[in-house]
Design a binder for this molecule. Sequence first.
Ligand SMILES: [Zn+2]
Length: 141
Amino acid sequence: MTPQDERLLRRAIELANESRATGHAPYGSLLAAPDGTILVEAHNTVRADRDISAHPELKLARWAARELDPGTAAATTMFTSCQPCMMCTGAIDRSGLGRVVYALSAEQHTEIYPEGGFPRVPQEGPALFEEARVPIVGYYT
Ligand SMILES: [Zn+2]
């Protein structure tokens, strides 16, 4: 981790502190260009927006996919106060960002807040393969 990485990671932690101080959940993230320029910042607004997907990492992944060309996105690094959750990780992978740097790991977060997890919703499948494959076949060619 470079001194620039540490500076940007400290800014993400500062965003988490600001989020908490303004009544939101204590998480903050930013996207930075290779030269360290901050492109956009976000904090958690799950409660205020009444939106379970209003994590800062997901907001930034959506922003990058919408606003940046693929080459620029791939050169971008997300700095975030905590390791992205599974929901955000999926969006980050689809966004084409180049790298993620986080401060607190998921394990460390669980040590601080053991009640913070969610029960897994049971999933059933695969099923009805011949019918379900029809809309997919040929779409990606
Ligand atoms: Zn998340």
